[in-house]
Write a new protein. Sequence first.
Length: 170
Amino acid sequence: SMDLNVVAPTNKANLLWEAAYSNKVEVAQYLLENNINTEQAALFQDDRSKTHTPLHIAAKFGNNKVMKLLLERRACLNTSDGNSSPLDDAIAGGYAQTVLILVAAGATSDLIWNTHNPVIIMSIAKGLSKCPQALNDATVENAHSFFDVSSQVSRFVLGIFLPILFERRP
């Protein structure tokens, strides 16, 4: 039988990494069912000084379906390539849904406080709204202090998303 944990000699990618990179959901599912290593880091072809795990490479390219499978298998969420995390790369790539999924799963990044980016504000708000325990008894007013509301865009975005974020459901 074939060894599913085989790695490419040049970049150390395993089959799961390749599935995460190319968003092959069915392949990833099969490999995960066969207990492939979820943490095998591979050299990134655009910058060979960096290595990414399958979760990191899926997040970097907004490949959410494979990323969700990896999260279900408890793949390491806050891994780093030496410079950035999966959440950092999702933010930098502007993948709002990816950011939302990672934040809801518990990922952290200093970049989430970069409040000049409406994609980030929306994603963080939606992600946090799925984690009410993270908010405790916070209010809209408390949250304003975290955001720079000097720009027109920020005020507009906050006016829409903060009420949604702090909406109390019975």
